[in-house]
Design a protein around this ligand. Structure first.
Ligand SMILES: [Zn+2]
Length: 385
């Protein structure tokens, strides 16, 4: 439930969450909206340890950490830093780079990057309601200028599918996802996961979309070739979204987004785009806080490995362990986060404990999970030639 008296400006925000105690009280209300309840004895009375985010049950003296079982699990930084990071990431229209957060918080780059990525992952699944009505669908290729064929058929690029709901002449909600190939099966799977079956889909004349009509969708094809129009005139909504997305990737992140982490950036963009009409930033802050309290914390190694499995939005509503696949000897290949010491001594990087198996054996796959991005990933940086 959103709080109506929530601060609406940065000045008010700092006054409301300027101290650790203020942040603890707010987090406690989010974690126990119906009041404290001991998980061991069911008691509803507790007291707080001084200077710590721990509530002690008055009946059985069991300790309850405020951050346990949340995205903030195990953090050693002050809660008000996390709160400020959540405010900043939503207050910027162009997104927030890790270097900028690093300057705001005075932390190291790795901490800033990890925090932002945890928040991006928490943003996924915040909007479980699928798109409906009239939906434009198209795919784009991300990977910067490269020699060879452009657009469909280009090699070593990541395919991003955009589904944009039409609302009058404008855009309603959107969904973005990464797919392995632009074949019918892959496209249909993504569309089914994000668009209701009674929707009307509009695509270009690409042959992979031809079967959408047989899948139960009312399908309209708008061919660009021979129409005398540009692609962005035929399908204006999806092209506007792709254009804004590319500007953010180049302007804010300077193209330094690796293929394995692209989906998390898409989730962040989708979260903010679908709430662009919110009157205040704090609306996004509170929505994000809901996810932060409900979601589980991902270890840093699981994040940089890029092999975590995104749960389906509906499934994430229920609390439970984060689902990982069985370990596999896939080494983390992020050159940004490689330890200088390990690199100097050429020590082998230990295998990440959270790795995704091959596609055929992935038993944790969800309807919109395209986590096999890691399968063919290369350490190239998107948008850089
Ligand atoms: Zn108790």
């Amino acid at each position: 439930m959103l709080e109506t008296d929530f601060p609406k400006t940065m000045v008010d925000f700092e006054a409301r969450f300027g101290t650790e105690q203020q942040c603890r009280e707010y987090l406690a209300r989010q974690k126990w909206p119906d009041g404290f309840r001991c998980t061991r004895c069911g008691g509803d009375q507790a007291w707080q340890l001084r200077c710590r985010s721990i509530w002690v049950c008055a009946r059985c003296e069991h300790h309850h950490s405020l951050t346990a079982g949340t995205v903030l699990h195990g953090t050693r930084r002050p809660l008000r830093h996390w709160f400020l990071a959540m405010y900043l990431v939503n207050s910027s229209k162009r997104g927030l780079a890790a270097t900028e957060l690093q300057r705001h918080l005075g932390c190291c780059y790795q901490t800033a990057w990890t925090w932002l990525h945890k928040l991006r992952i928490a943003m996924a699944g915040n909007d479980p309601k699928p798109l409906s009505g009239t939906v434009e669908v198209d795919e784009a290729y991300f990977g910067g200028p490269r020699p060879g064929k452009h657009g469909r058929g280009s090699e070593d690029k990541v395919i991003v599918v955009c589904m944009a709901q039409k609302r009058g002449l404008g855009i309603g909600r959107i969904r973005l996802d990464v797919i392995q190939s632009a074949g019918f099966a892959e496209l249909e799977r993504v569309i089914r996961s994000n668009v209701t079956c009674d929707s009307r889909t509009i695509t270009d004349g690409f042959r992979a979309y031809v079967g959408l009509g047989r899948s139960g969708y009312a399908h309209e094809t708008r061919t660009v070739k021979g129409s005398g129009k540009q692609a962005h005139e035929v399908l204006p909504c999806v092209h506007r979204v792709f254009s804004l997305l590319r500007r953010r990737m180049m302007g804010t992140y300077h193209g330094g987004v690796s293929a394995r982490h692209l989906r998390a950036y898409l989730q962040e963009y989708t979260f903010q785009f679908n709430r662009r009409a919110a009157k205040t930033v704090t609306h996004l802050f509170q929505r994000l806080m809901e996810r932060v309290v409900q979601d589980q914390c991902l270890p840093y190694r699981a994040i940089v490995g890029g092999h975590m499995v995104y749960a389906a939005p509906a499934a994430r509503r229920t609390r439970g362990p984060v689902r990982f696949a069985q370990p596999q000897t896939i080494h983390a290949r992020s050159h940004i986060h490689r330890s200088p010491c390990r690199r100097a001594h050429k020590e082998p990087r230990p295998s990440p404990p959270y790795a995704l198996p091959r596609r055929s054996s992935c038993s944790t796959r969800q309807p919109h999970c395209t986590s096999d991005l890691s399968q063919a990933e290369t350490p190239f940086q998107l948008f850089r030639a």
